[in-house]
Design a protein around this ligand. Sequence first.
Ligand SMILES: Nc1nc2c(c(=O)[nH]1)N[C@H]1C(S)=C(S)[C@@H](COP(=O)(O)OP(=O)(O)OC[C@H]3O[C@@H](n4cnc5c(=O)[nH]c(N)nc54)[C@H](O)[C@@H]3O)O[C@H]1N2
Ligand SMILES: Nc1nc2c(c(=O)[nH]1)N[C@H]1C(S)=C(S)[C@@H](COP(=O)(O)OP(=O)(O)OC[C@H]3O[C@@H](n4cnc5c(=O)[nH]c(N)nc54)[C@H](O)[C@@H]3O)O[C@H]1N2
Ligand SMILES: [Mo]
Length: 788
Amino acid sequence: MTNHWNDLQYADALMVIGANPAENHPISFRWISKAKQKGAKLISVDPRYTRTSQMANIYGQLRSGTDIAFIGGMIHYALENDMYHKEYVAAYTNASFIVDEQYSFEDGIFNDYDETTRNYDKTKWAFKKDENGEIVKDPALKDPRCVFQLMKKHYARYDVDTVTGVTGTDKDTYLEICQTFTGTSETGKAGTILYAMGGTQHTVGTQNIRAYAILQLLLGNIGIAGGGVNALRGESNVQGSTDFGLLYHNVNGYMEVPTGSDQDSKYKGFLERITPESGYFSNKPKFYTSMLKAYYGDSATKQNEFGYHLMPKLTPGKDYSHMRLFDAMYRGELEGLIMFGTNPVVGGPNAGKEKEALSNLKWMVAVDLFETETSAFWQKEAGADPAAIQTEVIFLPACGSFEKEGSVTNSGRWMQYRWQAIKPKGESRADLEIVHMLARKLKGLYENSPKQQDMPMKALTWDYGESDHPDIDIVCREINGYDMKTKQQIKGFGDLKDDGSTCSGNWIYSGFYPESENLSKRRDNTNEGMSNFLNWSFAWPANRRILYNRASADLNGKAWSKDRIGIQWNAAEKKWTGFDVPDFVAAKGPDDPTFNDPFIMMAGGKGALFSGGVNEGPFPEHYEPYENPISNAFSSIQLNPAVKFGEKEMNAQGDVSEYPIVATTYRVSEHWQSGAMTRNIPWLAELMPHMYIEISEELAQEKGISSKDRVIVKTARGEIEAFAMITKRFKPYKLKDKTIHQIGMPWHFGYKGIATGATANRLTPHIGDANTTIPEYKAFLCDVRRVK
Ligand SMILES: Nc1nc2c(c(=O)[nH]1)N[C@H]1C(S)=C(S)[C@@H](COP(=O)(O)OP(=O)(O)OC[C@H]3O[C@@H](n4cnc5c(=O)[nH]c(N)nc54)[C@H](O)[C@@H]3O)O[C@H]1N2
Ligand SMILES: Nc1nc2c(c(=O)[nH]1)N[C@H]1C(S)=C(S)[C@@H](COP(=O)(O)OP(=O)(O)OC[C@H]3O[C@@H](n4cnc5c(=O)[nH]c(N)nc54)[C@H](O)[C@@H]3O)O[C@H]1N2
Ligand SMILES: [Mo]
């Protein structure tokens, strides 16, 4: 989230697109309802009429996989009808930047595309520079080569008729949504966008979110209370785990993982590659070196490049995402797998094939609360022949969240400490204990090894105590960072050095544990203003509650609205004051040339309407999902040209002639994820006991299906049997001259636990987004028939 949960109450309009918070983030509804009570308009955009839609003032239906068309049309509407925040756009975004001559766009393809590798040369999406290396600008936004004009041209094709012909949204409703939401462009008004997996789980997932961000920048909605682009995150600590390098291409604090390329062969070359010339990330060497000091301690010296060579390196261009790991497993390239709390035989894309892949492992360790479909994949009840499977499976019982202590970071970036409530049951252990014991054991085994390849394990500092239970306080202090000599805790990432004199496990968290107090344990609920609760927990970075909050004030540093004060320039005191921690050097006054640069992480300090950082192009463009019912109305390019294909056998593709119905998957309130926990709890199992599909009245009639009939859903990957639930929540789409049906289903079921049912992921494709490789769980093709 750019903002945070409590802040939702300050919105004048809330557009929930690709999320269903009433069911999946129910506590958020306290704040959404508060906003509504104050007169805010709630908009729900979803293929299915959800409980969020039921609470909404306006519900817009869209076919799964068409968010870019939907938002592209809103961008077009805002520009055509002068419903954008002119001052904000001109001053705080890169609208005025002149784009280099090389940039072009024609029939769905941007410049410098390589068809064989399915890659663009992103360096060719650059801004024009003058002889001093400064970006050339046109503050009047008139130059045909400025970002604003290029964007206008790009989205001119997204007129209402073309858009609604693709999304299937009712035209009047669409216009009502456009009008209501772009109304927040008025100075002093705020609109927020809430999204989750309905936006991301697509081959164009990243560009869906980019589209939301562009719209919000145009409306002047970023950086202000009640505004922002707000990702409603999933598992309780998914924010924390991505902050700590969970994703394969990131280390802690969203920095790059080194590769085996020539450029990266030396720490210096690597740092040169990853450090931008301007913006806050020009400090990256300080953050990186401090992280290496946290990893390797005294073994990290200037002479040995701070232990850089001890880090594992990626093969350049290789994707190590969930799907690509399962591809490798399927080909027999992986020997072993350790899984902490994951159940891919239910939750993974094309789960039938992923299950097959597991049997190619020599060994597998599952650390979980329950024996799941995954750790039991080799059993007879899983449909397997145990004698034929050679994988040795080891199960380690983990204890649940209430049985251990540590912090979790919520969607609003608040790091909140949790204390242990009860002692662990049986032999179960906290994940951290399991990792700690494993690390200590491995270090012991390598202790006397002279081999070079064992150095990373030997050099690793692991001084979290001698017992099986690590000292979490030491871990916390190291994450914050300290001076290596004096062992004094550092006050924030501004104090980190690139000479090896400081350590910090994760720069974005430094400052949460200065001196003696762990700020994630703070529980002072005094509201100093705008419900930012600055003394409750710690929000990264630097306890900042709303990112880019410089943009909450106008070009003179005065709040755009007295009802929405974030921070303001106080001329008398010569500093920024208000209800938040400035996302800006607090002493920078109007004389400073960067006074009006709110986006400190971005080149030039401006919000990116045009971005060279995304794999499929500087502006989001609509492409159809991998499996789609119509040809692309916007170009002759059907699938996102930057999407990569994995192992072919893992991913059969269905055609509309055989599979004419669009399908999607989603969650229900009563179950959690792959269901391991909730299908083992009697009362939840009873509330939602069976696997079912939702199907419209029209399609049910066409197929001769009645409520509670058993039906078979079939895709190119497999088929499942479920109950039919006939509902008004889905309606057929009228796409120009075609009628298209869509069905939907929960993905929580498997054969283990009390409530059992068919696994939706037997149906889903094994393909994903061109930037993140998140699977396309939300849009694919199927056929449905009644069980005879
Ligand atoms: N009760 C409960 N709560 C949960 C979870 C749970 O399992 N159970 N899981 C947690 C986790 S890990 C996560 S990530 C979050 C996920 O939270 P959400 O993203 O809200 O979860 P979903 O229900 O998968 O998807 C949201 C909506 O996206 C819609 N949708 C489908 N296709 C499209 C599309 O193309 N465009 C748009 N705009 N919408 C589309 C679906 O109809 C659905 O209503 O929930 C968290 N909260
Ligand atoms: N079709 C379809 N598939 C999807 C999605 C979708 O929308 N549609 N959503 C995707 C999303 S957003 C997500 S996040 C993934 C989730 O996919 P997974 O992470 O594979 O599924 P979970 O059920 O969350 O798995 C959590 C496991 O952790 C165990 N567990 C709980 N607490 C602890 C603990 O403290 N320690 C340990 N070691 N184990 C614990 C639980 O018992 C459970 O077995 O699924 C994805 N799959
Ligand atoms: Mo998730």
